[in-house]
Design a binder for this molecule. Sequence first.
Ligand SMILES: [Mg+2]
Ligand SMILES: [Zn+2]
Length: 188
Amino acid sequence: MTNDKRAIFLDKDGTLIEDVPYNVDPDQMRLTVGVESLRQLHESGYLLIIISNQSGVARGYFPEAALEPVKQRSRELLAQFDIPLTDFYFCPHHPEGMVGKYAIDCHCRKPKPGLLLQAAHDYTIDLSQSWFIGDILNDVEAGRRAGCQTILLDNGNETEWIFSPDRIPHHVATDLSEAVDVIEGGRW
Ligand SMILES: [Mg+2]
Ligand SMILES: [Zn+2]
């Protein structure tokens, strides 16, 4: 077995970090409730990887380089709890964007699974042994299309509830702590 690593893929806005739309100011980044419980998943051997749509780049709200401090702050916030962040993948695109090279219908913007597939390739991750935790059904769909187990944090951020077979979460949790219980409890 070479594909033996397991990962927890985490949406950023509204899942790991309190949602502040299009924010790239590190000083405004606050962890959500229950983040410290992710340490348990690290100790169980899971890689922790952020998977984030950042269409603010395509929309011209901020340059791609503005996401570097965001990555750095994400690492620092998690490091307070001795939780290492393995990587941070983002999609800068949007088909209706204003900034030429980013204004495309890409393969990496969730609900497409491109970023998860890229991460799985980069880190030889077994997606079937991995999980995606997010706060909207587009996260669930990206996770399912990549072949992961999925958990929806039902924290009020999903408002449209457009369902299809790929958009039904395997589990629903109220916060990250409960999501960790689901994963560690092996109740799937
Ligand atoms: Mg989100
Ligand atoms: Zn993209």
